[in-house]
Design a protein around this ligand. Structure first.
Ligand SMILES: [Zn+2]
Length: 167
């Protein structure tokens, strides 16, 4: 049987999309915390950091990761262990640059860089419109279609859009 490297595993994980934001993979989100490859007996263990606690998508992500790994490497699903680590909290800083760009492709603004949560809550953070890239935007509602998103309005192109909150 072929020997597996952590990089090969990471490549497969880069194809596993977030169920809620299908342009983003779990690698883009910075969810991958650890990869372990065991030879005898053959097994894989992946540790992920949950993006938002209570996010209902976590079970789905676990199932998708397990089946993607099993399929890619010809393993049984029982040989692919997926755990969520609660030791370290996910923060929006973990989002990769590619992830930030892909979030924009989805029509959602990434969390503003360098803005504290308090700035964001007060509406004083600069959020750039993902549609026309104007910084002339206003906070409309701190809660969008999910608790982790806020609703903004762009004064330039006059479209509402969602932004991933900084945490
Ligand atoms: Zn706009």
């Amino acid at each position: 049987m072929l020997e597996l490297s952590g990089d090969q595993v990471l490549e497969v994980l880069a194809e596993v999309k977030d169920p809620e934001i299908p342009t983003l993979s779990i690698v883009d989100l910075g969810m991958v915390e650890g990869i372990e490859v065991f030879e005898e007996p053959k097994a894989l263990a992946v540790t992920l950091i949950p993006t938002f606690l209570g996010c209902p998508a976590l079970d789905l992500i676990r199932v998708r990761v397990r089946s993607a790994l099993a399929q890619a490497f010809g393993l049984a699903e029982g040989q692919c262990r997926v755990e969520f680590s609660l030791k370290r909290a996910w923060t929006s800083q973990r989002l990769t640059d590619k992830g930030r760009a892909r979030l924009g492709d989805f029509g959602m603004a990434p969390p503003p860089r360098g803005a504290s949560v308090a700035d964001f809550v007060e509406g004083s953070a600069t959020v750039v419109c993902p549609l026309c890239h104007s910084p002339q935007t206003d906070l409309q509602n701190l809660f969008g279609s999910a608790a982790c998103r806020a609703l903004y309005y762009c004064k330039s192109c006059r479209n509402p859009f969602e932004v991933m909150k900084p945490i």
